[in-house]
Design a protein. Structure first.
Lengths: 340, 340, 340
């Protein structure tokens, strides 16, 4: 199914192996030894493919699927067509993620430093690093083992990278300390000076930005996303955060563990997000706010006040999500009354 | 008028030639043989310039213009000042576009591969390609004729480019198949992994992204725009689409032919746009939606439901545009009543 | 306090010196000769640090601070703890900016042209320029004195840079004239063609973009921000403007002096901003509008009409800010009435 110019599936794996890899349990009568060669969507999967059902919208596709095996919630397993091996999981998407990662494990960098890369004197790279053509690594940089520095990326002086970290093509890093297994996508800008100045009609006055960006382990930072360094304190991205493309993160922002920031969202300076906060696409959060652990912000919302832990907000200005939905309905009704 | 450091006008062209090139017809008494050397706005044009009137806002400027010739709708031609040659067109802006392109045709790349470019062994470039300094072209890449790869651009392994395609400075491409006459602007990011993972407090689980980006002929993709590759299916950009700067397009999105996506708009994963859909600046569209052919989305709107073919929507959440305007008026009235 | 891998404080400076540098006056009894080695926040400052109080929110931190000296408004000076030297200023943040810049002056480029930089034949660089590895400078470019061209940046043919201008890593410039002391952050895209075409179902027709971008002195342009060149007129950025990250500025836009454009804001084609206009984060401004001098646009607002000088607007569509706040309150009340 995949384009061999870009991808090659590992495997094959038996149904039993995939059940184990994905933490699923084999359904009754599943052909445990059947070999599967790839993953595929329900609609196009054949007998040699593994598929999954996570959303009831696709139930009919499941019932009619030709997939050789399928990961599914136990409640729906009885609807499986004859001949399909079912792998039972309470979290089918997570289980699918694990199985698919067996077929397509993260690419490993082929070690080597391209001739046209420029590595400053005295820089020590860990074992197994790959530095692609045109990449520039500045003075005093420390790079861990098995890092992958993409073509034309720029690692500024003094930056520290942990092990197994990937810096995409044309990305640039400065004034930052980056953990292990971090993935920075192409064109991301990390650690430039924040938007700090004292406004003045006679000429806005520069405020030096002398903090850093601290990126903990297992973070992903999307393409062309920008993360400014702190003004004095640091900007901090907690372990396991997933940041999408074109996101803006201002100086002194702190993200807890596992936050999810969807594309084009923006977080203004000095705002703090607790663990596992989620911000929808194009959402905006004003500066100097606190969003408690597990808070959720709807896409395109504008958050102008603190958000309590676990609360979900939406709208502009953002209010509790239920109030926002009711506002929307009330405005629609108002319109009907006025024009009815 | 233009800065000769950057541009040189072709020509001169006679009024008759420009009428033919632009599909306009000569007005009564127009001096068909008069030579024009450039285009210029109504306000600053002289006798040697071609101008155009497309928007009635500028009617007064037209009446007082010193332009030697002007493209104008037949209904307004009688208002032309004496001495101005009129070129009649039902679509003056389109006609102007064609005439102006005669003076300023697309730049042709001067062929050659810069010494500092890095082209992987075995890559075959079509005739007449230009590869600028610092560009990096990976293994297995196929490049058509007369392509122009900008300085420090990165073309990842296996990528295919058609003929006459331009990749701007510092752009990066991966896992994509690109057609003919495509123009990718500086800093665009094409084909990186989409934002796909199974959320989990124990650590969000990676979902491999093994689709591609398919870009059909005659597409333009703006500066620093990001287009993620598909998760399994492909992300598809239809023929002739125009995508502005800083746009985000998620994995598995499909755009029909001729769509217009204005700056900073975002289209979430798996959403499908029919032919000639237009999305205004900063508009946001949720995932898994269908927008029918010819649908239009107002700037900054937040689309959370399917949009019917030909419908225009606006607001947050987006509703039919007429309802949105009425909402705006109703809210203003509500305010007056409460405070009046 | 700072990470010595990235920063080194100048100094020390005496309290009296810092008062003079910052335009503050020494409070009664301040130890004028005391030497300070760095700046620090109120909460963490020690006797050798200078701090500041600008926001009454932090009054308690001030009262309890261990800072050796602090810049503060005269009205609050009496609250200073014993032993703290107070520096009195009507504008403490501006004064702090000046003092902090003494400790951390703008970095000066170490002159030199990297071996892997590619500078076209005939280009003349002013004295003291630094051109980092992989930077590409095209034909006919003019570069003033003490400019700093970052790694892998691309300066297109014919571009002009004044003195003391910085171009960040991986940024690209084309068709632009740039003043003195301009700072362009990494990944910014300046001078590419604007989003100009005549829409047509038979194929959108290209409209040549033959203007420039003119950037006056003392401007800052954020990371991954995009500024398109004019279509025929120029795009103009006035002296001293501060533009944050991921901002989009369309063709023919004109910004007056000292405008402040916060992250992810977008300004559509041909709109004109007077002097000292401020646009909040994610704000959007439609095309062909005029915003008078000193106008202010709230974050995330959508401006669809002209804005008078000095006016503040907010909302979507944007209205006078007071009306927007009242709308928000009225909608909340409407909801209460309907559900109460």
């Amino acid at each position: 199914m995949v384009d061999s110019r870009f991808y090659t599936a590992a495997g094959p794996f038996s149904v039993a192996e995939l059940a184990e890899l994905s933490g699923a349990t084999l359904g009754a009568g599943a052909a445990a030894e059947k070999l599967l060669i790839d993953v595929a969507p329900l609609q196009t999967a054949g007998p040699e493919h593994l598929s999954f059902l996570d959303n009831r919208l696709y139930l009919e596709a499941f019932v009619n699927s030709g997939a050789g095996a399928c990961i599914v919630h136990p409640d729906l397993a009885a609807r499986a067509p004859g001949g399909m091996a079912v792998l039972l999981s309470e979290g089918p998407y997570k289980a699918y993620a694990l199985a698919a990662s067996a077929f397509y494990p993260p690419a490993k960098p082929e070690p080597g430093i391209a001739k046209s890369a420029v590595v400053a004197a005295g820089v020590v790279l860990g074992d197994g690093c790959r530095v692609e053509p045109g990449a520039v690594i500045g003075e005093g940089v420390e790079v861990g083992a098995r890092c992958w520095i993409g073509a034309n990326a720029v690692i500024g002086a003094g930056v520290v990278l942990g092990d197994d970290t990937i810096v995409g093509a044309c990305a640039s890093l400065a004034s930052c300390i980056v953990g292990n297994r971090v993935h920075i996508y192409p064109g991301a800008r990390i650690g430039q000076e924040g938007f700090g100045f004292a406004p003045d009609p006679a000429g806005h006055a520069r405020v030096p930005q002398v903090g850093r960006v601290i990126i903990h382990d297992d973070v992903e930072i999307g393409a062309n996303t920008t993360i400014d360094r702190g003004a004095g304190p640091d900007t901090v991205i907690g372990r396991g955060c997933r940041i999408d493309n074109l996101v803006q993160i201002g100086h002194n922002v702190e993200l807890g563990r596992g936050c999810i920031i969807v594309g084009q969202a923006g977080i203004s300076g000095s705002t703090k997000l607790g663990d596992f906060v989620a911000v929808g696409g194009q959402g905006g959060i004003a500066g100097h706010l606190d969003l408690g652990a597990g808070a959720r912000v709807a896409g395109q919302s504008g958050v102008m006040r603190d958000v309590a832990p676990g609360a979900t907000v939406g709208g502009y200005p953002a209010v509790p999500i239920r109030d926002w939905h009711r506002q929307t309905i009330a405005i629609a009704k108002l319109l009907k009354r006025k024009t009815g």
